[in-house]
Write a protein that binds this ligand. Structure first.
Ligand code: AQP
Length: 332
């Protein structure tokens, strides 16, 4: 079976619809056909200021949401990144292979550091993509299911894997990004020119999966569209309407063309009202399942411990090979 690896940050508690449609939904499907490793990337979460108590709580909350979304610990390996120390260890080796200029070109770093300001930007935020390279290479992943915003980081992963292999001999598999075109980028409901984002979207622009369903419905009904009337999929000309159609089509499994036919002659209000129902029908049981998993932290923690143990067997082997290849003297 080909192997997949991906991660999600535990920051800010609730996942948003972009995280689910862009990434987690594919994770659930791929666990049926692939050897799947999925993790809550808590080490990435500390690249910006965080509250320790909140981070611990949101790490469990992230795991609970992944299970509620459909990850099955019998079908995939689900773990917390910091439980597998090899991530930080290989991360250092990769840091020593990365050019300063190369890392400076990462657009996510440019965006995030602009937000943090010069004083608030840490070296950790700068090297975050390199830790992500280690995350992926440790598992010799073939594919990495992510949203469009991660494409550049997967390219960096391939570049560094090739560089390492070229310098020290074949060690790492070259992974490919697994990005579904339709849902690669879910847009902000209030500003359909930009992606729905935890840190950048206004509360009205983002559908948090753990919001009250009533709040979610209201946000969808007040989504920004355009001054026209026709319900048509046209991301250039009608980004707001197209975003709503994408969400509808993905959650209901209805082709966009069929939705266009169904809404012919109807106003945007009809689409928004129905979509509000579709989304609340999805989030209501999701919220309940999340609460159930959270209600039993012992089971949740032991499930994550088992996942980490499984992950470590793979990660430790790759790290030992990589350490040896670069010439680090093994401890006797
Ligand atoms: N709007 C989106 N559309 C499609 N996919 C998306 N992803 C994120 N936003 C969208 C994908 O979700 C996965 C997890 O992302 P992450 O761990 O980077 O989560 P995050 O950074 O906390 O979420 P945001 O909203 O992307 O936060 P900001 O903007 O603060 O960085 C990834 O596969 C990502 O591509």
């Amino acid at each position: 079976r080909p192997r997949v690896l991906s991660g999600i940050q535990p920051t800010a508690g609730s996942f948003h619809l972009g995280n689910y449609l862009g990434a987690v939904r594919q994770w659930v499907a791929l666990q049926e056909t692939h050897d799947a490793f999925y993790m809550v990337v808590d080490l990435h979460a500390i690249t910006v200021p965080q509250d320790p108590k909140e981070l611990r709580a949101s790490t469990r909350l992230a795991a609970a949401q992944l299970l509620a979304a459909g990850l099955d610990p019998d079908r995939c390996t689900l773990f917390v990144q910091s439980h597998v120390p090899e991530h930080a260890q290989l991360g250092w080796v990769m840091n020593c292979l990365t050019g300063f200029g190369e890392a400076s070109r990462m657009t996510q770093f440019k965006d995030k550091s602009a937000k943090q300001g010069a004083e608030g930007t840490t070296v950790g935020l700068f090297t975050y993509p390199v830790l992500q390279v280690a995350d992926i290479l440790l598992y010799q992943a073939d594919q990495v299911p992510v949203g469009e915003d991660q494409r550049q980081h997967i390219e960096l992963t391939r570049d560094l894997a090739e560089r390492f292999n070229g310098r020290f001999g074949r060690t790492f598999n070259l992974p490919a990004a697994y990005i579904l075109k339709e849902t690669a980028k879910i847009y902000d409901l209030q500003d359909p020119a930009v992606k729905m984002s935890k840190s950048a979207s206004s509360p009205k622009g983002i559908i948090s999966l753990l919001d009250e369903p009533k709040t979610t419905a209201k946000k969808i009904r007040s989504a920004v569209t355009d001054t026209g009337t026709e319900i048509r999929y046209d991301p250039e000309g009608k980004p707001g309407v197209s975003n709503l159609l994408t969400i509808h089509a993905t959650l209901t499994g209805t082709p966009v063309a069929e939705l266009e036919r169904r809404y012919e002659g109807q106003g945007y209000g009809a689409l928004k009202t129905e979509l509000a129902e579709v989304v609340t029908d999805w989030v209501t049981p999701f919220r309940e399942r999340t609460q159930e998993y959270l209600g039993d932290p012992e089971t949740l923690d032991s499930l994550l411990a088992k996942g980490a143990e499984k992950a470590r067997t793979v990660a430790a082997e790759t790290l030992a090979t990589a350490y040896d290849k670069v010439g680090l003297l093994p401890a006797k």
